[in-house]
Design a binder for this molecule. Structure first.
Ligand SMILES: [Zn+2]
Length: 372
């Protein structure tokens, strides 16, 4: 039998670093989420208990850690997590001493399919509530009061043929306008609680489904209808899970519409919504005229990398909703210009205008990071 060669110094240093990192992670999980294991234990397990080899909390724990470790695929769970350090830490986390092996990704997948999503969502909301109540992230609130929730859509899968009746689809056309191909896809809407600029947690998920309104030729508008409908469902869920939480929603220009203003008003939520000229034409026209009339509603900021010119307009009446709007024209040192306009029901003044625009742009920063 071949004898294992002794570790080099670098290898033993790397092992120690991994071990220290794992210990720190364990401490962090225990500190912030002391009840996590009990919460996982309470989830309904509908598997036939006579044939199970791994308990539900072990399977969920492995899946959660695989996300923490940013493992790229389910397959890599089996390959990269089955080592002594991880097994010993998971054992400590679960207060167990009989774990010798971690479940295969196939077993994890089969088990996850049978768990009611609503039970997992409830745990996420409990975790989010705990983080909100701890004082750690208080300074991230907008205006020292509102927790920022970013509403953000993500495409999950694409297909070249229709895969089910709920598929959304995008028609690709040639220069003459003839449809050359149709792409089918599934899309999910998420509400992400911003705890720090680089720490966001998804607290609600809603599938955007084609319920028959998106027919061939209906275009982008029909897809947006489907997305808005899933937002209305999500708003009910969010209000039920966080009934008294002071909230400020950040959304893209699709949401600049009356039903969304109404929902925010009813739920006592503030909002910062990206605004494009096509969103609400009358408000856009009013904004572009008024923004140049008040010199004291204009300011300029500059640093080494760019300069930003801000203009804002207050109290534009749209069907009884009083909308404030802020524009930021950013000019980079290489001359590249970008314009952002946001509408909001938060007050705007010289002191808070730049912070408001920064909060509104948060959504795009999250998106950019995900693409990297
Ligand atoms: Zn489908």
């Amino acid at each position: 039998m071949e004898r294992k060669r002794p570790m080099t110094r670098k290898e033993s240093r790397d092992e120690l670093n991994k071990f220290n990192l794992a210990c720190e992670l364990l401490k962090t999980i225990r500190h912030f989420f002391p009840d996590l294991v009990n919460q996982l234990h309470r989830i309904t397990d509908e598997r036939d208990q006579r044939y199970i080899r791994y308990e539900l909390e072990l399977i969920l724990c492995v899946r959660i850690l695989s996300v923490v470790f940013l493992l790229p695929s389910m397959r890599s769970i089996s390959e990269e997590m089955n080592n002594d350090i991880i097994i010993s830490n998971i054992s400590k986390l679960l207060h167990r001493d009989d774990i010798t092996e971690l479940p295969h990704f196939d077993t994890i997948n089969k088990c996850l399919i049978q768990i009611p999503p609503i039970e997992l969502e409830a745990i996420i909301c409990e975790i989010a509530n705990r983080l909100i109540r701890s004082k750690t992230f208080l300074e991230s609130r907008i205006r020292n009061r509102c927790w920022q929730i970013v509403i953000d859509g993500t495409r999950l899968y694409s297909f070249s043929e229709q895969h089910c009746i709920h598929c959304l689809f995008k028609e690709h056309k040639d220069r003459t306008g003839n449809v050359t191909s149709v792409e089918y896809y599934h899309y999910v809407l998420e509400a992400k609680l911003v705890l720090r600029e680089n720490i966001v947690i998804s607290i609600a998920t809603e599938f955007v489904e084609n319920n028959g309104t998106q027919q061939p030729g209906a275009g982008e508008k029909a897809k947006q209808d489907c997305e808005l409908k899933s937002f209305y469902r999500m708003a009910d869920k969010l209000k039920a899970a966080f009934p008294r939480l002071p909230v400020c929603l950040t959304m893209d220009s699709l949401y600049a519409c009356e039903p969304v203003f109404q929902i925010c008003g009813q739920n006592n939520w503030r909002y910062i919504i990206r605004f494009k000229d096509g969103s609400i034409k009358t408000v856009a026209e009013e904004f572009h005229v008024l923004k140049n009339l008040e010199a004291e509603q204009c300011l300029i900021e500059a640093d080494d990398k760019s300069s930003r010119q801000y203009k804002f307009v207050l109290k534009m009446d749209y069907h009884g909703f009083m909308l404030n709007a802020a524009e930021c024209i950013e000019t980079k040192s290489d001359g590249e210009k970008r314009t952002f306009v946001f509408i909001t029901d938060l007050s705007i003044n010289q002191r808070n205008c730049a912070a408001l625009v920064k909060a509104g742009r948060c959504r795009w920063r999250i998106e950019r990071k995900r693409r990297v």
